[in-house]
Ligand binder design. Structure first.
Ligand SMILES: [Zn+2]
Length: 504
């Protein structure tokens, strides 16, 4: 038998060991900010009656942010806000196109289900309930703040449903004013805030470029340069349209704005104008050596992120000063990313590599802890996740899952329907189908997707392809109105260009 003295020693040793283990656990967690399970669970209704702000930073790819592994701190304020939030590491948008992806965020459905895959002609099936509609019917006052006359996010084709107010305010510096102007702060509200601040053409302040390209700027294109080139091109094509428009004081953007206002109702003019500005932008870098062009254009993008981040800082401060962070869920994401010649092209063209579809997802929840979450997620999960935190039931037929439940995505999908591209992604594997062509990547050993393993690992690629096809077949299909894949007024050359730029 143990003596009393040795019993005390044993109890002391056990207690000491237990305390040491607990201390080590918290020490490791606090130093590495790492969650061993990376599966946060929150009860339904954890933040019942909280306000919701959903921010779409159009075109912001995850891999250009320090908090997602980039070596430069392009967005210190955004990443600092992420430090107070749940940061989801492995999030994929279901499409590299603005319209398809935003409708997925609002409906919890993949593009093949909601059917909003053809810009300019689709109209969302009225049987689908969008996030603002559901929140409005649960007593929320709802605000849209972003570009109003946007062919890529068409308010008049279903995106406007459920919004109490729609206000032009496409840069973060306008958001709080719009929220106050519409008296949101005194009510239970949902605000959707959308910006193209880091969309091409990236034209940051000249003096900021050397923060991301030492010795820069190499080439500096101004907005007026682009407007002038667009004006010259359009004037030669349509002299009649410019009859009563005059260039004043060399301000070509002014005449361009007048031109757009005059013809804004017709999307073909909008597309022509857009391409007329974009082509000369990318042409300006043509004489640079390939690697320099790759680095420099990425640096211009990084500088634009940095400048947007300064505006976000102001917005985050305004949230704090107005005591909104105690009762508001803030969800920050992007509709797609951007490529800088990693796989040959630029912009968010018709491809599904990670630079185009891996997006940030940061969810701030009042009175909740911060955490880095490794769980696999899709933008279709955003709607059910928000509803669950609020304790509101999600529509039955949606595909997305509540990311704070015990449910898991074994895989997620992305598609570029008009370019016939599909991908299925797990935490380890990614299979891309381009018609009959296949590419298989091991994301754990090759996150840059440079080594195609489809021939070497036929079993894995076949298995993923079967899963993808079976899943696509089983997904619900709604009857959003579609006419021809392309409106008839878009000629062959423009179609080719629009597919290349990723918009169709
Ligand atoms: Zn977009």
């Amino acid at each position: 038998m143990f003596s009393i003295k040795s019993l005390h020693k044993i109890i002391f040793a056990i207690s000491f060991t237990a305390l040491f283990v607990v201390w080590q656990w918290y020490f490791v967690k606090s130093v590495f900010n790492f969650d061993f399970l990376a599966r946060p669970i929150l009860a339904d209704g954890f933040c019942k009656d909280c306000n919701v702000i959903l921010i779409s930073l159009d075109n912001l790819r995850a891999k250009s942010l320090l908090c997602y592994g980039y070596e430069k701190n392009t967005a210190p304020n955004l990443c600092s806000f992420a430090g107070k939030s749940y940061l989801f590491k492995n999030v994929y948008t279901p499409s590299s196109k603005t319209q398809d992806s935003h409708f997925s965020i609002f409906t919890g459905l993949y593009p093949i289900s909601h059917g909003m895959t053809v810009p300019f002609t689709s109209v969302l099936d009225s049987n689908i309930k969008t996030l603002p509609q559901i929140l409005a019917s649960n007593g929320y006052t709802t605000l849209f703040s972003g570009p109003k006359n946007d062919p890529h996010l068409p308010l008049d084709r279903g995106f406007e449903r459920g919004f109490s107010y729609k206000d032009k305010g496409d840069e973060p510096r306008y958001w709080m004013d719009n929220m106050k102007k519409n008296n949101l702060l005194n009510r239970k509200f949902f605000a959707f805030l959308h910006t193209y601040r880091v969309h091409e053409p990236y034209i940051p302040q000249k003096e900021n470029i050397n923060k991301f390209y030492p010795g820069g700027p190499l080439i500096y294109v101004t907005r007026n340069d682009l407007c002038k080139k667009a004006y010259i091109k359009l004037l030669s094509q349509y002299p009649d349209r410019f009859k009563n428009l005059k260039v004043l004081n060399d301000d070509y953007c002014n005449i361009y704005r007048d031109y757009n206002t005059k013809y804004a109702a017709t999307w073909n003019v909008e597309i022509e104008s857009y391409l007329a500005r974009l082509d000369p932008y990318w042409d300006a870098f043509n004489n640079l050596d390939f690697l320099v062009k790759k680095e420099y254009t990425h640096a211009l993008y990084a500088t634009s992120i940095y400048e947007m981040d300064l505006e976000l800082k102001k917005f985050f401060n305004e949230l704090e000063n107005n005591k909104l962070l105690d009762k508001t869920i803030v969800v920050i994401t992007a509709d797609h990313g951007e490529e800088f010649f990693e796989h040959g092209g630029h912009s968010h063209a018709a491809n599904l590599y990670n630079e185009s579809i891996q997006v940030p997802l940061i969810i701030y929840i009042p009175k909740s802890k911060s955490q880095i979450v490794e769980k696999l997620a899709s933008s279709v999960d955003i709607m059910p996740t928000i509803l669950s935190i609020l304790g509101i039931e999600a529509p039955e037929k949606i595909t997305g899952i509540d990311l704070f439940s015990s449910k898991e995505n074994k895989f997620v999908l992305a598609q570029h329907v008009t370019a016939n591209l599909e991908t299925i992604i797990t935490l380890k594997w990614k299979l891309i189908l381009n018609g009959d062509e296949k590419e298989l990547f091991d994301l754990t050993s090759d996150p840059e997707e440079q080594i195609d393993l489809s021939i070497k690992n036929t079993n894995i690629s076949n298995d993923l392809e079967n899963k993808l096809n079976n899943y696509l077949f089983r997904l619900p299909k709604y009857n959003s109105i579609k006419s021809e894949p392309f409106p008839t007024w878009i000629d062959e050359e423009q179609r080719k260009k629009l597919i290349e730029t990723g918009y169709f």
